[in-house]
Design a protein. Structure first.
Length: 220
């Protein structure tokens, strides 16, 4: 019995260190007695997540009969199984385990990273359909870079602008110094109350680039 208690203590200490290494020393942890067929005693570890307790793993001291059948009858051991999705829920702030079976591109692209150590915080998905907007404008005669446009879209639309695509570029054949760009951008799924606001995004962006100048149509 004393040996079982020592193995149980080692088990809980090791797994507690693992969880706090992943999620920080302030992580709240509790142990719940449970039943597994191949361990005794058996436990589940729960961690505090978004105000509730979330089970993240099951573990226990291995049944001695199994250890003996493996030819290690003079030893004792412990076993555990991690719920990888549940660990990811805590690590990335994902509220619903069902999202891991989602094929929604808005979810998947949040985790396509060149550096696996880059911190990621899950951005919630809206139930509302996306908005698509097109915009075209004459470029200023000088001082324009492509990043100017992207920065402007980001400043006006914020994180809800999910994608910007250049779909057309036209230089007037008679003036050769006046160019217009046509772009399409996708506004993230916003609620009905915000849709009207984001429908005005093209005009807001256009005002920043529009300056009085000769209309190319005026040239012969």
């Amino acid at each position: 019995l004393e040996a079982v208690k020592l193995v149980e203590f080692d088990l809980k200490q090791a797994l507690t260190r693992l969880m706090r290494h992943l999620f920080g020393e302030d992580l709240e942890i509790r142990w719940v007695d449970c039943y597994f067929p191949f361990t005794h005693p058996s436990f589940e570890m729960e961690v505090r997540f978004q105000g509730d307790w979330l089970e993240v793993l099951g573990c226990g001291v291995m049944e001695q009969e199994l250890v003996c059948s493996a030819g290690a009858g003079n030893k004792m051991g412990w076993a555990f199984g991690l719920g990888l999705e549940r660990l990811a829920m805590v690590l990335f702030g994902i509220p619903d385990i069902r999202l891991f079976w989602s094929e929604d591109e808005r979810f998947l692209k949040q985790f396509r990273l060149s550096d696996i150590y880059q911190p990621v915080t899950f951005q919630p998905l809206s139930k509302y359909p996306p908005l698509f907007n097109d915009i075209s404008f004459w470029l200023p005669a000088e001082g324009y870079t492509e990043n100017d446009f992207y920065d402007l879209v980001r400043n006006i639309g914020g994180d809800l602008v999910e994608k910007v695509t250049l779909v057309d570029e036209f230089t007037h054949p008679k003036t050769h110094n006046q160019t217009t760009l046509g772009s399409n951008f996708t506004v993230g799924r916003v609620c009905q109350a915000l849709q009207t606001h984001y429908l005005f995004l093209p005009s807001s962006i256009h005002k920043h680039f529009h300056k009085p100048q000769n209309d190319p149509r005026d040239f012969p």
